[in-house]
Ligand binder design. Structure first.
Ligand SMILES: Nc1ncnc2c1ncn2[C@@H]1O[C@H](COP(=O)(O)OP(=O)(O)OP(=O)(O)O)[C@@H](O)[C@H]1O
Ligand SMILES: [Mg+2]
Length: 260
């Protein structure tokens, strides 16, 4: 007699099966998931670290930040994207250009897109809590992107107050127990590698720089890890491409890199 198939309530959820694959990975590292990037930084960002991605206009900051979140969401992680500048519809549309369907993750409840104002962040730092914190705690967010913090940093005039604000913002993100990626719009070529806001750069656990440099007839893209605390990171500059699927970093570094 054919036995009636009983639905097994203990059957692991698809996402849990994916999660179990992570067992052999270093629990102190959070893989970024961008092809050929994690091997430059000992396997990923340090867990709960605050990382800064610096680059000029169109250098790939938003694509990099989204790719970092998508890697986590594909493994069942909850992610939050905070932006001060982009409108949701336009942003989702732009990201579809590289094949990232954010609506799909939103429908699954894994992705939250939050338009926020720099002044609200300032208030949050002064008063604590706020809607960012409630989303992070409620959804158990493990990956956070803030794209970009440029307008926030412009709220502070002198280097000392910028530094205090950075310290307070980064302290708060660390307290949320999620791994953060903050982008900063600044063209490294204009400043010859020295950023206008040393304060923010100094307080971050890591600084990654995206270059978009004109070489003869066309521009080329390069990436460099400027610093990463507690990590023996690569000191070389790598070319990368943006195409369907996002950012792809080449395996061979450039032999001579002139930032001009
Ligand atoms: N499908 C694609 N194929 C090739 N390149 C693409 C594709 N989609 C986007 N790009 C490139 O990526 C760039 C945008 O990347 P991104 O939005 O991440 O940059 P950004 O640094 O965030 O820019 P912004 O300063 O405007 O915020 C585009 O200007 C384009 O050069
Ligand atoms: Mg952007």
């Amino acid at each position: 007699m054919a036995r009636k198939k009983v639905k097994n309530p203990k059957k692991p959820h698809k996402d849990d099966r994916v999660r179990s694959k992570k067992v052999e990975m270093d629990p102190h590292r959070v893989p970024v998931g961008i092809p050929n990037f994690d091997r430059l930084i000992e396997g990923g960002f340090e867990k709960n670290s605050t990382n800064l991605l610096v680059g000029g206009s169109g250098s790939g900051k938003s694509i990099f930040a989204t790719q970092f979140l998508i890697y986590g969401m594909e493994r069942g992680e909850n992610c939050l994207y905070i932006t001060f500048e982009e409108k949701k519809e336009q942003f989702y549309h732009n990201l579809l250009e590289v094949g990232f369907d954010l609506r799909k993750y939103e429908k699954k409840g894994l992705f939250t897109f939050l338009e926020y104002s720099p002044i609200k962040v300032k208030t949050m730092l002064e008063e604590g809590g706020g809607s960012i914190e409630s989303i992070i705690l409620k959804n158990k967010v493990t990956r956070l992107a803030m794209d970009s913090i440029t307008s926030f940093s412009l709220l502070f005039e002198d280097e000392l107050s910028k530094r205090e604000a950075a310290l307070s913002l980064f302290g708060m993100t660390r307290g949320w127990h999620c791994t953060s990626l903050l982008t900063l719009e600044e063209d490294p070529v204009d400043f010859g590698g020295a950023f206008t806001s040393k304060a923010i750069e100094f307080e971050a656990d890591s600084v990654i720089v995206l270059y978009f440099i004109r070489k003869a007839e066309k521009r080329e893209r390069f990436i460099e890890v400027l610093k990463m605390r507690g990590t023996n990171h690569s000191k070389e500059v790598y070319p990368f491409e943006i195409k369907e699927g996002g950012i792809f970093i080449k395996t061979t570094p450039v032999s001579h890199f002139v930032c001009k």
